[in-house]
Design a protein around this ligand. Structure first.
Ligand code: CAA
Length: 258
């Protein structure tokens, strides 16, 4: 794993941990930091010891959004030349499931980072918000698209136009998060959740994530054709044979990820 300035990484029990590490700035995301998060996720994606990626933040908050100090003097040309959002596109190409463990402020780019995860566990004190409108801008790393696809136009527009802070209960009600846990149990619960996926045969996990994500972009017909090919593909895996043989022989399967 590369050396990083603004994040920490480790691997334990088949979980690849990425921890945002700029707590004094409430894990405000500068460009280097976003690049580091994506590079770490890509490295974990290639690491056969890692089955699931767990993204969280050190300190009080998950992330208060993009680094406003860094952005303040940007202009359209510097932004176009930087092409910074290409990093966010790379994150959506990661094949292993990414679980976000979020708490306190999940604002702006921090909310977009959370929405880029596949599954989210939130501490009871979590507040989600897109405050960009109050800065004279708007979400630029997928916020208007991902939130709308998740909760529908009505609430997405209301929340993004008013910068309203959404609490964990509301986020759960609208399907933004999977689970609310006590703040002091956040990492413990997130690890237990990650382990439930890590023990599953990893090729099936990979194809399920791929197929479900296609449902967001494809028509039902196209999505079903795509799903079918992934279903067929899994019949070339050793784990399919092992899983079904183990069922017939009434024993526990021994999956290899092949
Ligand atoms: N960028 C840069 N620095 C930030 C930051 C951000 N997004 N959010 C917080 N910080 C810094 C603060 O400047 C402060 O630094 P100093 O101690 O050096 O003054 C430190 O983090 C602690 O923050 P506060 O003292 O403000 O903490 P608080 O508890 O009083 O308030 C908060 C917390 C409500 C989240 C407040 O910090 C805040 O409103 N932050 C900005 C949130 C925001 O607007 N995010 C959207 C950014 S735009 C974006 O994300 C665009 C995109 O789509 C990619």
């Amino acid at each position: 794993m590369g050396l990083f300035q603004y994040i920490e990484t480790s691997v334990e029990n088949e979980i690849g941990f990425i921890t945002l590490n700029r707590p004094k700035q409430l894990n405000a995301l500068n460009r280097t930091m976003v690049g580091e998060i994506v590079s770490a996720a890509e490295e974990f994606d290639r690491d056969t010891q890692v089955k699931v990626i767990l993204l969280s933040g050190h300190g009080k908050a998950f992330s208060a959004g993009a680094d406003i100090d860094e952005m303040a003097n940007d202009n359209p040309i510097t932004l176009e030349l930087l092409n910074q959002f290409a990093d966010w596109d790379r994150l959506s190409l990661v094949k292993k499931p990414i679980i976000g463990a979020v708490k306190s402020f999940v604002f702006g780019g921090g909310f977009e980072l959370a929405l880029s995860c596949d599954l989210l566990i939130a501490a009871g004190d979590t507040l989600f918000s897109f405050p960009e409108v109050t800065l004279g801008v708007m979400p630029g790393a997928g916020g208007t698209q991902r939130l709308t696809k998740l909760v529908g136009k009505t609430k997405a527009l209301e929340w993004i136009l008013t910068a309203e802070r959404i609490n964990a209960e509301t986020a759960l009600k609208y399907g933004i998060i999977n689970k609310i846990v006590a703040p002091e149990l956040l990492m413990e619960e997130a690890i237990a959740f990650a382990r439930k996926i890590a023990v599953q045969p990893s090729l099936a996990v990979r194809m399920i994530k791929d197929s479900v994500n296609k449902a967001v972009d494809y028509s039902l017909y196209e999505g079903m054709q795509y799903e079918r090919k992934n279903f067929y593909l899994l019949f070339a895996s050793e784990d399919q044979r092992e899983g079904m043989e183990a069922f017939v022989e009434k024993r526990k399967p021994n999956f290899t990820g092949r």
